[in-house]
Ligand binder design. Sequence first.
Ligand SMILES: *[C@@H]1O[C@H](CO)[C@@H](O)[C@H](O)[C@H]1NC(C)=O
Ligand SMILES: *[C@@H]1O[C@H](CO)[C@@H](O)[C@H](O)[C@H]1NC(C)=O
Ligand SMILES: *[C@@H]1O[C@H](CO)[C@@H](O)[C@H](O)[C@H]1NC(C)=O
Length: 200
Amino acid sequence: MMSMKLIGSIWLVMAMATVAQDSAPVLDTSGQALQSGVDYYIKPAITDNGGRFTLINRNDSCPLYVGQENTSGPKGYPVTFAPFAEGETVVRVGRDQKITFSASTICVQSTAWKVGETQSETQRRLIVTGIDENESRPTGNYFKINKQADLDGIYNFEWCPTEVCPICKFICSDVGALVENDKRLLALDGSVLPVVFERA
Ligand SMILES: *[C@@H]1O[C@H](CO)[C@@H](O)[C@H](O)[C@H]1NC(C)=O
Ligand SMILES: *[C@@H]1O[C@H](CO)[C@@H](O)[C@H](O)[C@H]1NC(C)=O
Ligand SMILES: *[C@@H]1O[C@H](CO)[C@@H](O)[C@H](O)[C@H]1NC(C)=O
């Protein structure tokens, strides 16, 4: 008969294996692990999917939104990653990260990514910039980077901040593009945009 202790150990081993698998470093286009606090450009993995990630003036007002350049030409703005896990210096797959554009703007808001309001036509939640005012659980500011299937170096963003709040129930979603008035915005609740990271 299997003892409770043995069953316990089996569960522990399985749990540790899951953590190890999920915690591989995210790699940039030269195969190096992404470091916290270092600038990276984010580009679509597939061409004809818009250009690099940038700040978008959606409607002649602040705050600015997270979006893409229209074409592959312009550089856009690089971002830095800040892992939620204390003391972590490597950006890991499936872990919560705060993502902030390295840019100064005329808006008072921070350039950190945040889940914003829904777009009225599509009911998709837009990614805006600013600080989540919920100081105890700033879940709106944390995103995960997941690996795309079996493709090395290709990832997508997901909003599902289970590290920031393990007991919260989220409507988790991948991040994709949404075109509004010829502007490419990023949004949840629809398509998925595969991306690569290029050290700035
Ligand atoms: C800008 O915002 C105003 C007020 O919310 C709205 O009436 C107008 O349609 C918006 N314009 C665009 C281009 O989204
Ligand atoms: C993309 O093109 C549209 C329409 O010309 C323009 O309003 C928008 O600002 C452009 N986006 C960027 C990031 O330059
Ligand atoms: C802040 O987050 C906690 C945990 O998710 C939630 O219970 C609380 O309602 C939030 N407060 C506000 C003002 O949104």
